[in-house]
Design a protein around this ligand. Structure first.
Ligand code: HEC
Ligand code: HEC
Ligand code: HEC
Length: 126
């Protein structure tokens, strides 16, 4: 009377729906952004983990420092590489491909920094 042939498929569909968030997220985890690292440099201005979590804060700090006092435009990485504390001439000097670097994460997390309204993007990205 109950048609076993129908209960099993219905059960499978139900299970599939219930666990949907699990396998849906698992599938997407594989597509986590892979920002392309600069070929010519080995180190960022701060340790990588710190950059991942705090680069936005650092950029604001650089801007404030530089606009308030003169002479704070140069920095040195832990391995002794000199850099300019600047969005265009610092970050984008090493991370020259905005699309393959900055944008991979920002698109993924749906962040849209407005900085490029005024600051120039590297040419490669256009
Ligand atoms: C001297 C060159 C240089 C400068 C200047 C520089 N970076 Fe980097 N950055 C690197 C390198 C090289 C790496 C990869 C380090 C590694 O392999 O762990 C990196 C890593 C990062 C990462 C982590 C990427 C990941 O894979 O998770 C972020 C975010 C980042 N940089 C943002 C910035 C920002 C924002 C600026 C400017 C405030 C900046 N960087 C300035 C060379 C630089
Ligand atoms: C490893 C991933 C990753 C990379 C690479 C990365 N960002 Fe970000 N960025 C983020 C995330 C995540 C946020 C949002 C953080 C938050 O909202 O707290 C963010 C936020 C920002 C913000 C603040 C924007 C806002 O509206 O609050 C700026 C500015 C920024 N990133 C600049 C850069 C620049 C410039 C580069 C390339 C040199 C870069 N980021 C590369 C992950 C990344
Ligand atoms: C309304 C235009 C405008 C916007 C939007 C803007 N900036 Fe700027 N920014 C400027 C100007 C003008 C200077 C001063 C240039 C100088 O003295 O070198 C500056 C300077 C800076 C500096 C220090 C000097 C340099 O060469 O980079 C940093 C760092 C900086 N901005 C980061 C940011 C970040 C990060 C964002 C986005 C969250 C942003 N700015 C958005 C106009 C803007």
């Amino acid at each position: 009377m109950y048609g076993k042939g129908r209960i099993i498929p219905a059960l499978l569909i139900f299970l599939g729906l219930m666990t949907f968030p699990l396998w849906y997220n698992a599938g997407f985890a594989h597509q986590a952004p892979k920002p392309e690292k600069p070929a010519e440099y080995k180190e960022c201005v701060r340790p990588t983990q710190e950059m991942r979590t705090s680069h936005m804060v650092m950029l604001n700090q650089w801007r404030d420092d530089i606009l308030r006092e003169d002479g704070a435009r140069k920095g040195v990485t832990a391995d002794g590489t000199e850099y300019v504390r600047s969005l265009q001439n610092g970050c984008m000097h090493c991370h020259a491909n905005k699309k393959k670097f900055c944008d991979t994460c920002h698109t993924y997390t749906a962040v849209k920094p407005y900085c490029w309204d005024c600051h120039l993007e590297p040419k490669e990205a256009m």
